[in-house]
Each structure stands twice: as C-alpha cells, then as structure tokens.
Design a protein around this ligand. Structure first.
Ligand code: CU
Length: 429
C-alpha cells in the first residue's frame, strides 16, 4: 500500500510497510486514537500458498502504527481470539501499567473484551508491538506489528530520506500441504518470512536513482538474521534505543539483526539496477523443506529410482547433482505448499525463497511512485555472459600436504570394533 500521508495531527514523512499498511487514526481532543483488533486471519504468504494465522485488523503482521514524538496516543485493543491476549509496546518509554505484560502489569484481555492503552510517544525511533500473554503461541501464529515514532522537529541524528521502508522478520513452521503453523517449534522453522510473506511474495523496494533510502527492520523470530544488501554500502543509523551517535556509524553491506532487536539502515541508492536484498543465512532464503535429507551429490541412483517409480509414480530423486533441480516445474509438491526455491527472473529461476527481495534502483522512477518498474534493462555489454573464445590454462592450486599436525610415521594399530546384533523382541541395547 502507498504511504499513508497524515491529514490530521502533526505532519511527518510516512513509511512504506512491505506487503502491509499503516493503521488510520482519528484525533479526539488532541489524542491520536487507534483501534487494533486481535483476530484469526488468512495470509497469502506467497502466490498460491495461504496460511491460517492470528494477527490484527485482518492481517499478519498487524498494521504499522505511525505517530510523532510527543503525540498522546490512545489504543483500543479488542480481543477476537479464542484465548486471552495483551499487547506489549516493545521499546517504548511509558507508564509501567501500560507496558502490556499480562499478569505483571495488567489483567489479560479476555476473549470478546476491549482494553485501552494510553501513553505519550516520548522518543522518536523504530519500535514493534506484540502480545505478552501466551507469547509462544501467539507470536508463532503471527501476532506482531511495527511502530514508527517520527521526530517532531529536525533531529540532529535523524536525516531526511526520500523513501522509508519497514518490515518485521518472522518465521513459521507449516508442514507442506497444511495451513496452520506448528506452535511448538523452537528453532527448525521451514518458512522464513518478512511481514509473513516469503519470496517471491515479498514486495520489491522500488526507488529512484540517488534517493536517500532508509529501511527499518525488526526481528521477532527466534534466531538472528544477517541482512545483506547488494551493490551499495549502508550505515546503521538506529537501533532499539533510537538513533545512533554519528561517531559510532560505519559502512557495511551486512548487518546482523538479533532476536528482539530493531535496526535502521540508510544509504544513497546511486547504482542503477536490480539488487538482491536478503538474509545471508542460506537456509533462510528457502521455503518449505525437510532438513533430514542426506547429501546425494555424486550418487547414481537411476536403478533404484526406476524401481520406486513403479510403486510411487511421483517419486523423484533429490539432489544427485545438487539441489537446483528442485524448482517448481521439476518436482510435484502437495497443494498449498510454497516451492522450496523459486522466483522467475529475466534470466531464469532465481532459486530463492524465504527472506529475499529486490532493491530496484531506477533513473526514471518518479518521486513518490512506489510501483514496480519491472526488470532492469542492462546497458549494452554490462551483463555476464557465456564466453566461447580461446583460454589459456587456468592457474590451479597444485601442492599437496602442508599440515600443522603431520601424520604419525608408522601406521597406527588397527582399531577393533565389536558389533553385537540385537536379538528380536525385547529391550536389548
Ligand atoms: Cu535469516
């Protein structure tokens, strides 16, 4: 959705939430009022793959809340879930009783009830919101949202930017062919998402050449994500605690966003093209996959595959030449399952999934136009291509040996192994 330009309250430069939206408000005697509804939602995580999640106001994650430093904010929270909930305003300065920790600072909000939170957005920066009641279940089901507090005046540590994007890192464990996340999973998730969307279902970040760009990222998964941008260097200009002092900033192309953290990165988009933007953990740029699969590179199993095929016609050998055959066209998958690695680019399959998108830098992108400009038209002679001309013998590493701990001079005595075959039945070990 294009940015929500404020038409009441104090003005600010709005953010764009990837595959999301900003929650409208109403002004009531100088108080900015929002209404969040916690409820079950259906999220299309990628084209053709729907997940049954919990979220706010029809979506997971919930809508982004945008306010201005110094705003008095009142948020009504209605619970339409089958169990109680609460909302914690992650990172905010507020009265203890507004912090949203069920049992500790307030009673939980029972199904069907509405609670109200009220506080002043005291410091500018990047924040999140999420339940603090049956947290494990409710966050595994997708309950979370983004919050941006804009500075009320020119701030010495907050630069003006042309485009300001935000998204949450989240993760789900949904078995191929099913709809509802497994909430007991602790680490081995199979869907690594940005705003509950997975590549190729994640919006591209479309900017104009020489735009100053800010991207705000919050991590509500259970592991860290080294977020990597191609073609540009960025500065980390803000963390959970607000804008970083300028003397602490250095250029990077990857920044780690740990669990529960927020990071703001900023850069000048001064290189035209289609630039990959993704988590650098290679398993996080894959979709639904099993993790207990042996490596079969180099194994010839044509014979066995033929035999299995007579029993299971859809059976396909995985990975004897690597995993690139696992693209959507080659292997049948259950209904309502995202292909493991996919995304059709101008030169073929991108072979990615999960936490992957594209920064599109274009000379002719109009200011304020966030629409997708299509694929980059590369200038003549600037694309890697097949070479068929003559080549000299390439240099290769040849010497053998060279180790810090040389082998023993005489061979070691052979190791004796005793194998005992378990007898049938009973509890032999
Ligand atoms: Cu990651």
């Amino acid at each position: 959705m294009p940015p929500l330009v404020p038409n009441t309250g104090r003005s600010y430069n709005p953010v764009v939430t990837l595959n999301g939206w900003t929650l409208p408000w109403r002004m009531n005697n100088g108080v900015k009022e929002f209404h969040l509804v916690a409820e079950p939602v259906v999220r299309e995580m990628a084209p053709g793959f729907k997940a049954h999640l919990w979220g706010y106001n029809g979506q997971s994650p919930g809508p982004t809340i945008e306010v201005v430093e110094g705003d008095r904010v009142r948020i009504f929270v209605t619970n339409k879930l089958p169990e109680h909930t609460s909302i914690h305003w992650h990172g905010q300065r507020l009265p203890s009783g507004m912090d949203g920790v069920a049992g500790l600072t307030q009673p939980a909000i029972q199904p069907g009830k509405t609670f109200v939170y009220e506080f002043v957005a005291r410091r500018p920066g990047t924040f999140m919101y999420h339940p603090h009641a049956d947290e494990m279940t409710q966050m595994a089901m997708g309950m979370m949202g983004f919050w941006v507090t804009h500075p009320k005046a020119k701030h010495p540590l907050i630069d003006d930017v042309n485009r300001d994007f935000c998204f949450l890192l989240n993760a789900y464990d949904i078995d191929p062919g099913s709809y509802t996340p497994k909430i007991m999973t602790m680490l081995d998730f199979n869907l690594w998402s940005w705003n509950s969307r997975i590549f190729p279902g994640i919006d591209s970040l479309n900017v104009r050449l020489n735009d100053k760009v800010r991207i705000r990222i919050g991590n509500l998964t259970m592991t860290n994500h080294p977020i990597h941008l191609h073609g540009h260097e960025f500065l980390v200009t803000g963390t959970d605690g607000g804008p970083t002092p300028k003397s602490t900033r250095w250029y990077e192309v990857t920044t780690d966003v740990a669990v529960g953290q927020m990071r703001q990165i900023e850069f000048l988009a001064d290189e035209e093209g289609d630039w990959a933007f993704h988590c650098h953990k290679s398993h996080h740029t894959m979709n639904a996959m099993g993790h207990n699969v042996p490596t079969l590179i180099g194994v010839d199993h044509r014979g066995i595959a033929k035999k299995i095929n007579s029993l299971i016609p859809d059976y396909m050998v995985m990975g004897e030449r690597g995993m690139a055959d696992m693209t959507e066209m080659e292997m049948p998958i259950p209904d309502n399952t995202a292909p493991m690695m996919t995304g059709e680019g101008p030169f073929g399959s991108v072979e990615m999934g999960g936490m992957f998108s594209v920064l599109k830098v274009r000379r002719d992108q109009k200011p304020g136009d966030y629409s997708n400009p299509g694929w980059f038209k590369h200038p003549e002679g600037t694309v890697a291509h097949e070479y068929t001309g003559p080549l000299a013998e390439p240099a290769r590493f040849k010497s053998e040996g060279g180790q810090s701990m040389p082998r023993a001079q005489k061979p070691l005595a052979p190791t004796e192994v005793k194998v005992r075959k378990p007898s049938s039945g009973h509890d032999n070990h």
